[in-house]
Design a protein around this ligand. Structure first.
Ligand SMILES: [Zn+2]
Length: 487
């Protein structure tokens, strides 16, 4: 049930006063009452900052994230919250700010990236950097990816500081550059050069959200794990010559066989804590036939798992990709004249490895599948962005706090989710931080219609932005609020 945004009742105010004075501490297991901001005023303020951020063109490339970092710094400064802009390149600043707690527990990191993917302006009904409000939506590049998380994190800092909420943990806000393909100026730079600024126990970032059907929340995903993207090259070599004389060992033919073998490869399926729980909960909430398949996955019976996987590979590839390392051939290169047999041909494979996959063993496995000494198998020299492995436990107070807030604000079930894509949480997780991906509620149909993240008409429901901020407030306080009532 969403909490109503009215002012707190007299009883609530009394309770809060007693709690703040430390007269009344909740018994263990009892729900804590956290202070409530004036939500009407918060909505107006959220909208103002959100529109201002959307109107800054931080398309990556080139990025220009310093525009957003400077805006955030000004807003924080006006509130009396110090912040720093840390930049590997001047135009690509990351902003860090902190609201202090009593230090009895490790910090909580709130992360959002300020860069957005590029746009094709002609495809936008409303200009992509105007933040137009229309029919309950706000349109703009970054509306869902990821200026929603940026503004929600900003609002947390402003409110915590303004209301002097007692905290056990420092709350750190990181507005990062370069998430969309250039992590070296963003999260890599922050983790490698400025870890001390953002070291924390828990982290909240993009990578989850609530699904709406017919306007009603039907499930919430909480990102707890990611597959590891790897780029693998296959290079076939053979004799060159005149096309009129077929030669054994033709590089093009060799490559074609290798690519076909990789496309058909069906690696061993494996579950982890997140996917086990994901499929178990999916079984609970699905119609009988589907539920049976999901149950088979989490049953522990390898044959049942194989059978379900085979069905998913044909009919629901997104589920299959959660169960095994996946391979998609994406680039083929070789030959440039009709009558010349080239001595070399190359293919690129987009591999999304299960988080526990060992890179060297993975290459060996691929070599055994290709099974041709004339085809070299290697990681691409520029193996994309290296997102390291690293998992997040779902058996934490932070995860339970998110689940509870999902129930309270959206009245729906939470699913811990392993993303087949990748976010900046990977780098933070690799430092031993438990990171949870959360996000606002979005119409299930929107992505397919081009209204989703990276779509040509990216938009967010205005009411859902505000609900997300209220949800975020409860999550942050539940994880970091001081139960002793001291700051
Ligand atoms: Zn993003």
């Amino acid at each position: 049930m969403p909490r109503s945004p009215d002012s707190p009742s007299l009883l609530r105010t009394l309770l809060l006063t007693l709690l703040t004075l430390g007269v009344l501490a909740p018994a263990p297991g009892e729900a804590q009452v956290w202070p409530e901001p004036d939500w009407t005023a918060v909505e107006e303020e959220t909208l103002r900052h959100f529109q201002a951020l959307l109107r800054l063109d931080t398309s990556n490339p080139p990025g220009n994230e310093t525009l957003a970092a400077e805006y955030l710094r000004e807003v924080l400064e006006a509130e009396g919250i110090p912040s720093r802009i840390l930049a590997l390149e001047p135009e690509r600043g990351n902003l860090v700010a902190r609201v202090g707690g009593n230090g009895s527990r490790e910090p909580l990191l709130l992360m959002g990236h300020t860069d957005v993917v590029t746009v094709i302006p002609e495809r936008w009904e409303f200009p992509p950097f105007d933040a137009v409000r229309h029919d309950g939506y706000i349109y703009g590049r970054g509306a869902l990816d990821d200026k929603d998380n940026v503004v929600a994190s900003l609002m947390m800092l402003l409110l915590l500081h303004r209301m002097e909420v007692p905290l056990d943990r420092d709350i750190i806000f990181l507005a990062e550059a370069g998430e969309e393909g250039t992590t070296r100026v963003g999260i890599d730079f922050m983790v490698q050069e400025h870890w001390g600024e953002i070291a924390s126990e828990f982290c909240l970032a993009e990578g989850g959200g609530v699904v709406l059907r017919g306007g009603e929340p039907v499930l919430a995903t909480i990102g707890t794990l990611e597959k590891i993207p790897r780029t693998v090259e296959l290079i076939a070599r053979g004799p060159s010559g005149h096309g009129s004389v077929p030669l054994p060992g033709n590089a093009i033919a060799r490559l074609a066989r290798a690519v076909a073998a990789m496309a058909e490869w069906d690696p061993e399926p494996r579950l982890n804590e997140t996917t086990q729980e994901y499929f178990r909960r999916m079984a609970e909430m699905s119609a009988p036939e589907e539920a049976e398949r999901f149950r088979a996955v989490s049953s522990g019976d390898p044959n049942a798992l194989q059978e379900a996987l085979a069905w998913f590979r044909e009919n629901a590839p997104a589920y299959a990709s959660q169960l095994q390392t996946s391979v998609s051939p994406t680039i083929l290169e070789g030959g440039d004249r009709m009558n010349v047999i080239p001595s070399e041909a190359r293919a690129v494979l987009d591999i999304r490895a299960l988080p526990d996959e060992d890179p060297d063993q993975l290459l060996d496995l691929i070599r055994s599948v290709v099974d041709d000494p004339g085809v070299e198998v290697r990681f691409a020299p520029r193996d994309g962005m290296q997102r390291p492995a690293g998992g997040t436990s779902i058996d934490t107070d932070a995860f339970r706090a998110i689940e509870e807030a999902v129930t309270r604000h959206y009245g729906t079930v939470s699913l811990p989710t392993m993303s087949t894509g990748a976010t900046d949480m990977a780098q933070v997780r690799s430092m031993g931080v438990d990171c949870y991906g959360i996000g606002p509620a979005v119409d299930a149909e929107d992505q397919g219609l081009g209204y989703g993240a990276h779509g040509d008409q990216e938009r967010i429901l205005e009411a859902e932005l505000h609900r997300f901020v209220r949800f975020y407030w409860d999550v942050v306080l539940e994880i970091a609020g001081s139960r002793a009532g001291t700051r």
